[in-house]
Write a protein of this length. Structure first.
Length: 374
């Protein structure tokens, strides 16, 4: 289950031919320039007031508000994917042989943490069903810890409401992205984890690294691997770092641009017409998001006690949000981004392979019927 948008994401409209036509229209280019000008100003304003993760949260808050009030934005084609490539390469470079060896000792904690996430997301389904007054299928897949497009598609296949699932996932991811950086600052200082060993940002090596990361993402895209636009570049960064081919640091400017791309994309997913059409679901999604964040915060206390990981790192590792946003949060706040990556990749792999088994168990607990297709 990946975190990339496909066919059922919140706010996705139109077809590919329509998009191609729009890209040739002068008005689309003006809207595109205005969208990212607003996002950039929002990022610098957030930085001026010392907001954590300013170049992602600033554009996210502003673009979400504008979208809800009806602003019709335009997004750079593949902007979010290219942003993930930069983040992925930067994180992958931090996986040294020593770090990989240390990761093996965390495997039991990763597995137990994943089971904990599955348990509290299933508990969230029990709470969400009466709050939103939806069916069992919609309640389960709306709160499952998988990618929004995949969960919405599977829910539709089993008779659930794909639109409600998309709304809940968007609200959950957005709520975590909006709150977690502030909670990290509140409950723990930003970390001091080092960047990849490097004497500087050699632009030729940076370009080569990004190109290799993009190529790896393209190669992995046809595979079932979750979120290849992030995981592929991480793998490439690991290969470069572990083999000692060279050392390079992704420039902070590129990381800031990647944050703007991610924050703008996420904020623009909020469409007034869809949220207004599902007010009860929207309210229930807010409540459930807070419940999940609380569960992650509580679990992080246990994870920190058991492993010795810093609390902010444990919190991000268990946070019920998309891997991209949690990894970029860890990267920018100088936390152990490689640990956060490992926990979330483990979570995605387990959820993607067991979601229907857990769904069957959930239906038995609810006393619902299990169709032959499950």
């Amino acid at each position: 289950m990946d975190d990339k948008p496909r066919s059922a994401t919140l706010g996705q409209t139109g077809t590919q031919p329509d998009a191609a036509v729009r890209h040739r229209q002068p008005r689309w280019w003006l809207t595109l320039a205005l969208t990212y000008a607003i996002a950039a100003v929002a990022g610098f304003a957030a930085k001026a007031v010392n907001m954590p993760l300013p170049f992602m949260l600033g554009p996210f808050f502003v673009m979400a508000a504008l979208s809800i009030f009806g602003f019709r934005s335009a997004l750079v084609p593949m902007g979010r994917e290219l942003g993930q490539v930069a983040i992925g390469v930067a994180v992958g470079m931090r996986f040294t042989p020593a770090v990989l060896a240390a990761m093996t000792s965390l495997l039991p904690a990763m597995m137990l943490g994943t089971i904990y996430v599955v348990i509290f997301t299933m508990a969230a389904a029990f709470l969400f069903k009466p709050l939103a007054k939806v069916d069992d299928v919609t309640a389960f897949f709306a709160t499952a810890a998988g990618g929004v497009a995949d969960m919405a598609t599977v829910a539709k296949d089993y008779g659930g409401a794909a639109g409600s699932v998309a709304v809940v996932h968007a609200m959950r991811v957005s709520g975590v992205v909006a709150l977690v950086p502030f909670l990290v600052v509140l409950f723990g200082e930003p970390g001091n984890a080092p960047d990849a060993a490097a004497v500087g940002s050699h632009w030729l090596l940076v370009i080569v690294s990004l190109a290799l990361g993009y190529l790896m993402a393209r190669l992995l895209k046809p595979t079932p691997l979750p979120n290849p636009w992030l995981v592929g570049p991480i793998f490439m960064g690991i290969i470069i770092g572990v083999l000692g081919l060279y050392s390079v640091k992704i420039p902070p400017l590129l990381i800031s641009i990647a944050q703007i791309m991610l924050g703008t994309w996420l904020g623009c997913q909020f469409k007034r017409d869809l949220l207004a059409a599902l007010p009860r679901v929207t309210f229930a999604a807010l409540v459930i998001s807070l419940f999940m964040i609380g569960c992650a915060a509580a679990g992080a206390v246990v994870l920190t006690f058991a492993t010795g990981l810093p609390y902010p790192t444990s919190f991000l590792s268990l946070a019920p949000a998309a891997v991209t946003e949690m990894v970029v949060t860890a990267q920018v706040m100088h936390l152990e981004a490689e640990v956060v990556t490992a926990f979330h990749v483990m979570r995605i792999a387990v959820v993607s392979s067991t979601v229907l088994i857990v769904f069957k168990f959930y239906l038995r607990l609810r006393g619902g019927s299990i169709g032959p297709g499950v």
